[in-house]
Design a protein around this ligand. Sequence first.
Ligand code: PLP
Length: 244
Amino acid sequence: MAEVAVNLAAVRQTIADAAVRSGRSPNAVRFVLVTKTVAPERVLEAIRAGANDLGENKVQEGRSKAQALCGEAVHWTMIGHLQSNKVKDALRFAEEVQSLDRLSLATALEKRLQYLGRGLDVLVQVNTSGEASKYGLRPEDVPAFLRELRAFDALRPKGFMTLATFTPDEVEVRRCFRLLRHIRDRAKAEAPQGGSLVDLSMGMSGDYAWAIEEGASIVRVGQAVFGPRPVPDSHYWPGAAGTA
Ligand SMILES: *Cc1c(COP(=O)(O)O)cnc(C)c1O
């Protein structure tokens, strides 16, 4: 088997094992394969090995990759910071946005979706680490944001997304995941659209097993499948530590 297929199988196994450890079925956790910086030919290897749920951080890259792979039956999710003036291009390839973090973005998405005559699954991104470099709502602002979201007919909020603090400290990383879970549980009980706020998108290559143990229903994993990225994390999260 090729390297990508081997790595994919290993990640799937790790996900299944962690799901079972958290008292869930082995396929209870959705695996979004993050393809940023990976050339379409290697993404195609992953698709051939069964990956069909793909995530991109940047609009331009996502759009051109989706075009290069347009014959494939895959689902693209936007997981990175989305500028309002890029909404039009994002909606050309993304069927879902996990990085909804402000009202102005909701407004821009709604306007374009109304024009297109379609809806969009969204996750509300929360900054659980408290780091200034991370995007996302402050935890205390989530309830009011959810109330405001009711006015947006085309947006279907399905839950929450976060990035944990970039640190090898397991306690701190799990604290972020647990915080998102508390936010979700509270929203489920109190928010107007509470019944549909089920998803927790948390966990990347370095921490997805912990995330699943803390309740993740979606993990977003790239490097564990494709190998280390050539660009530093600061390219995606300004101010983040410079390691790949
Ligand atoms: C890149 C990225 C991931 C995946 O990170 P890996 O280290 O490649 O697993 C997850 N979420 C977001 C928002 C990303 O930009």
